[in-house]
Design a protein around this ligand. Structure first.
Ligand SMILES: Cc1cc2nc3c(=O)[nH]c(=O)nc-3n(C[C@H](O)[C@H](O)[C@H](O)COP(=O)(O)OP(=O)(O)OC[C@H]3O[C@@H](n4cnc5c(N)ncnc54)[C@H](O)[C@@H]3O)c2cc1C
Length: 404
């Protein structure tokens, strides 16, 4: 029995699993097991480490994921989609546990699918949606800019002007995931003067990455190195009027309508990393001996690991509640914020303590802990930083005065 299966078995017994309100139905558990086996075969730790070192996207894994329908989970059925939010959470968690950059990439593709599924009306936009689901095209998402992504409406400088039936785009995007591998970019640009709320007057446009005037440059990031993070420049890029996605001036509103989903997926990715790191650290300290007994026999490291396991179980419960509420069409924002906050901070803490209890071995790139430590930091500030997450919970749950 692998340590991971053992963990599940240790959590409760047969009777408990039947009674557990959060237990996975057989079909989803099978899907999880299939994905775990696929990742073990196609993206084993040594390959993930190699691609991370080379800062290279895992195309082979992406193709295999597309084949088994992972890209189409929760996509509109007319675009070839099947499955729902819970299946997406399973996929992102399983990838987070191993080749974490692919989890980050999937979150991006799911965001693009959701965005185009809801707002894409033209033939081209529907065709790109179908290709996304089939895994034959990649779309990047250009929202954030150099002057800040949290207070985006105010910081956004990229502008698009409609002259006749052509949009002219000028500006620069920052932190655009996978732009160097993608064929398309959804660009958020100001199309109306900034009067009133800063999120109004921004439109979204679907732009081919190879359009004249687009230039992509890779950024050198600390983590998530199996997916590029880019700057994208727009120098009088011209696209037809119907490149507009959804309603003019409503791009940010359209994006914010689906941002809750990204928070939940960030929670799932953090759970994946947390469990991967917990398993790696537990295995190491069970073997490694100091002063005549395993490191894991000492209270301090043992308590660190236990606190990690408790935090992950609590975060999973919050995530499942938020997902159930969202699937029922309820307001899930507060539960999602809580789930993302707890999962990201717990996973971050496990990797920090994991590095410590592994001593020099934790510092070696050949061990997965250093990569987990680097990768998981993304979700403490993205898609929304945890300070803003706390601000929102304070405002919406506790009805405290808005603090930002
Ligand atoms: C690897 C990677 C991939 C990314 N992919 C994409 C992508 O594909 N598309 C895209 O559009 N963006 C992407 N991003 C951008 C990401 O969403 C932003 O980095 C994130 O939203 C934070 O924005 P910022 O970096 O501008 O930080 P800032 O907005 O400058 O905030 C910095 C810090 O200030 C603090 N802070 C901010 N506001 C408050 C407040 N009100 N109260 C208290 N503290 C506060 C927080 O600690 C925050 O972390 C990516 C980023 C990375 C690193």
């Amino acid at each position: 029995v692998s340590p991971e299966l053992q963990y599940e078995a240790n959590l409760t017994d047969e009777v408990g699993r039947v009674a557990d309100p959060l237990a996975e139905p057989a079909e989803r558990a099978e899907f999880r097991a299939m994905l775990r086996a696929l990742v073990a075969e196609v993206a084993p730790p040594a390959r993930t480490r190699e691609l991370d070192d080379r800062r290279e996207f895992d195309r082979a894994l992406y193709r295999e994921l597309a084949k088994v329908g992972v890209l189409g989970l929760d996509a509109p059925s007319e675009a070839g989609g099947a499955g729902d939010l819970r299946d997406q959470l399973v996929a992102v968690e399983e990838l987070g546990r191993g080749p974490t950059s692919m989890a980050a990439f999937l979150i991006l593709q799911y965001a693009a699918i959701k965005f185009l599924g809801r707002n894409g009306k033209t033939d081209e936009q529907r065709a790109v949606l179908e290709q996304l689901v089939a895994g034959s095209t990649l779309v990047s998402f250009g929202m954030s800019e150099r002057d800040g992504a949290t207070d985006l409406g105010r910081a956004l400088r990229t502008r698009a002007e409609l002259q006749g039936d052509t949009w002219h785009i000028h500006g620069q995007k920052m932190w655009t995931s996978a732009a160097s591998d993608a064929q398309w970019i959804v660009v958020f640009a100001r199309t109306e003067p900034a009067e009133g709320p800063s999120l109004d007057g921004i439109s979204s446009l679907l732009v081919p990455i190879d359009a004249e005037g687009v230039a992509v440059g890779a950024l050198d990031t600390f983590g998530i190195r199996g997916m590029s993070t880019c700057e994208v420049f727009f120098d009088d890029v011209q696209v037809p009027a119907d490149a507009l996605i959804g309603d003019r001036g409503q791009g940010m509103r359209q994006a914010f309508a689906t941002i809750n989903r990204e928070g939940l997926l960030a929670c799932a990715a953090s759970l994946g990393v947390g469990h991967g790191a917990l398993a790696a650290a537990t295995e190491y300290v069970s073997e490694r001996e100091v002063f005549g007994k395993p490191v894991g026999a000492f209270q301090v490291p043992q308590h660190w690991l236990v606190d990690g396991a408790v935090g992950l179980e609590a975060a999973r419960s919050l995530m499942d509640r938020a997902a159930a509420v969202e699937l029922a069409g309820g307001r899930s924002e507060v539960l999602t914020l809580m789930a993302k906050l707890l999962a990201s901070e717990t996973a971050q803490e496990i990797t920090l303590k994991g590095m410590q209890m592994m001593g020099g071995a934790g510092y070696l790139n050949e061990m997965p802990m250093a990569r987990y430590f680097r990768d998981v930091r993304l979700w403490s500030f993205s898609p929304l930083n945890n300070e803003m997450v706390r601000n929102r919970i304070g405002e919406r749950l506790l009805r405290l005065p808005r603090s930002y």
